[in-house]
Write a protein that binds this ligand. Structure first.
Ligand code: SF4
Ligand code: SF4
Length: 111
């Protein structure tokens, strides 16, 4: 292993080989623009719900990419669907559509 002079704390380690990305892959197939997200956080900075909850579109995407589906869905439930995040997204991603797709996919999985 290369010694970079620093390391990631154990609690932050993610074994990507063990992560189940079935649901994220489904979401990406429906919304290919999701892969262009660069986690800049502009959507989170402007989020109406984020002013008084822990809602964050950026974190939702990161959680889904790490297989943390349940945690992501809890954050999606706090979204007010106001659409402000679409207006500021530096990549022009239709964030609200993705949030709706997440809800739809997870509801289907629950059936
Ligand atoms: S649509 Fe949802 S995630 Fe986007 S700014 Fe509004 S409350 Fe936040
Ligand atoms: S503003 Fe757009 S590119 Fe930036 S984190 Fe949000 S969704 Fe991703």
């Amino acid at each position: 292993m290369i010694d970079f002079g620093f390391s990631i704390s154990k609690s932050s380690h993610i074994q990507m080989d063990n992560v189940d990305l079935k649901l994220f892959n489904k979401l990406e197939a429906l919304n290919p623009d999701i892969s262009t997200c660069m986690a800049c956080g502009l959507c989170t900075a402007t989020c109406s719900a984020g002013n008084f909850t822990d809602a964050s579109f950026r974190k939702i995407i990161l959680m889904l990419q790490r297989g943390k589906d349940k945690e992501a869905l809890e954050k999606v439930k706090k979204c007010m669907m106001c659409g402000k995040c679409i207006l500021v997204c530096s990549r022009g991603i239709n964030t609200r559509n993705i949030l709706l797709s997440i809800t739809r996919i997870y509801n289907e999985e629950d059936k």
